[in-house]
Ligand binder design. Structure first.
Ligand SMILES: Nc1ncnc2c1ncn2[C@@H]1O[C@H](COP(=O)(O)OP(=O)(O)OP(=O)(O)O)[C@@H](O)[C@H]1O
Ligand SMILES: [Mg+2]
Length: 462
């Protein structure tokens, strides 16, 4: 067999040599004709077939799922099989596999395959791709059963090994550059450690779980499988902590979308379609990210003119954002949660936060007694104390954020015990109460002065 191939190889080489000599005398049309038929000849003689699976689809929007699944499958095989050679990226090393007694070979590469290729996904030749080689005789078995099994198994392995990630968008110069960079998401916040009234917390948890289980339901009612949450409240009330708790509860990735570094609506759209399912898309401080206080622009042209004027700054418009939240593009991916946070809920455009876009509005309030008890348990590992009563009544009289309570409860040295920390908190609460009283007094004085001024003005004009 080897000899046959060897002699065939040298015959072809001689043919190619002679062919190259006469090449210059052959007219262009004839050259193309010969080239075409030579390829046919080679593919006819080669008993092996190759299939390429490209990393990116030609429209450059999505990473091919098949590519990722094959990657997971092969890395899974590497872990389970003692004999499997290492499968390094870009090294063209071959890994063999067997299915129902049929041998196949996988290679990861960037170059043009030498033999005829069936493109499962369109892509340019220098992209990364896996090439699967097998004997033509088993074409149906391999392209059907085997490939399906690889993809299924790869998907299962990926879910099992999933280490969650925190993504942030990065400005990119060229289409092939990655739009999102990531680190591993390791925030320790959970719903157990979140300081909040337990009834409210349970309701949010149930809402989230119901959402994750709702694939069929969403399909039945004809709604995209996504849910919007608006978290609003003063700084330090736990909005970001809540997002971390949500991600940990659902085992989702987090995409932290910084709108100010998104150049325009088009870029926002392509960022969005690049987000995988089972993820939380977060836009923090939505009020500060964009000028969303004004009315929704009725005239798209107006926005385009504005876009041209400040081509350097972010030109994401309110309508662009709205389109991404619940326009047709928003349905790419599925099983996604969108969370907006803000300290200024009253200043947001109602279009942005209407139900359907932001389905659930969650107010993150100042610290109540129940929330304080969660923090005391987290920070001091106590569930009751003689100072709890006093703290309870002070919390009822003044506004303090969970962040401030937490800071006071945290022991600052080895000598600090629970009593010391609780006393610190009582001092902080009293100081906050005094401050609030003083501010209220000053405000009342100012109002009285203003009222007197307007009366005096009225008298003078009379
Ligand atoms: N409800 C809470 N439960 C537990 N910890 C909290 C809570 N709120 C605040 N904290 C603590 O205070 C810190 C600040 O909270 P966080 O960043 O979540 O506030 P925020 O509402 O996002 O504030 P900002 O509006 O400034 O972004 C957190 O690291 C956490 O330790
Ligand atoms: Mg925050």
């Amino acid at each position: 067999m080897g000899e046959t191939w060897g002699s065939l190889g040298s015959t072809l080489a001689t043919f190619m040599f002679v062919f190259a000599m006469f090449k210059q005398h052959i007219p262009r049309q004839a050259w193309y004709f010969l080239e075409k038929h030579c390829h046919k000849l080679v593919s006819l003689l080669n008993p092996y077939l190759e299939i390429a699976f490209y990393e990116f689809s030609s429209n450059n929007f999505l990473r091919n799922k098949a590519y990722s699944e094959i990657q997971s499958y092969l890395s899974g095989r590497e872990e389970t099989s003692l004999h499997a050679s290492r499968f390094k990226a870009d090294d063209y090393e071959e890994v063999s596999d067997e299915y129902k007694g049929v041998r196949v070979w996988w290679v990861l590469g960037k170059k043009v395959p030498r033999t005829p290729v069936v493109y499962f996904y369109p892509g340019s030749y220098d992209e990364r791709h896996y090439t699967l080689t097998f004997h033509k005789r088993y074409r149906e078995l391999i392209t059907g059963e085997y490939v399906n099994q690889v993809l299924e198994e790869g998907k299962a392995i990926a879910v099992r090994n999933r280490q969650r990630k925190l993504y942030k968008n990065v400005p990119c110069q060229a289409w092939y550059e990655k739009k999102w960079s990531h680190v591993y998401f390791e925030h320790p916040a959970t719903f157990d450690t979140l300081a909040m009234a337990s009834k409210k917390k349970e309701a949010i948890k149930k809402d989230l779980i119901k959402f994750t289980e709702g694939k069929e339901y969403y399909a039945k009612i004809g709604k995209a499988w996504k849910r919007g949450y608006l978290l609003f409240g003063p700084p330090g009330t736990g909005k970001s902590t809540m997002i971390a708790a949500m991600a940990n509860c659902l085992n989702y990735d987090v995409y932290d979308l910084e709108l100010t570094s998104v150049e325009n609506n088009n870029e926002l759209r392509s960022l969005l379609v690049d987000i995988s399912s089972k993820s939380i898309i977060v836009i923090e401080d939505i009020y500060c990210s964009l000028d969303l206080s004004g009315k929704r622009k009725e005239n798209e042209e107006e926005e385009e003119v504005k876009e041209e004027k400040n081509s350097k700054k972010s030109n994401v418009t309110l309508s662009g954002l709205l389109n991404c939240i619940d326009g047709l593009w928003s349905t790419c991916g599925g099983e996604r949660i969108i969370v907006f946070t803000t300290n200024h809920v009253d200043k947001l455009d109602p279009a942005l936060i209407r139900r359907g876009r932001m389905d659930k509005h969650i107010e993150m309030p100042y610290c109540c007694f129940e929330a304080f008890k969660v923090l005391a348990k987290n920070y001091l590992e106590i569930e009751s104390h003689e100072l709890f009563h006093e703290i309870g009544s002070l919390l009822g009289e003044t506004d303090i954020t969970p962040a401030d309570v937490a800071e006071n409860l945290m022991p600052k040295s080895d000598e600090d015990d629970a009593g010391t920390c609780l006393k610190n908190l009582i001092e902080a609460l009293k100081a906050a109460k005094e401050k609030a009283k003083k501010n209220a007094g000053e405000e009342a004085e100012l109002k009285a002065e203003e009222a007197n001024g307007s009366i005096a003005k009225g008298n003078a004009s009379n």
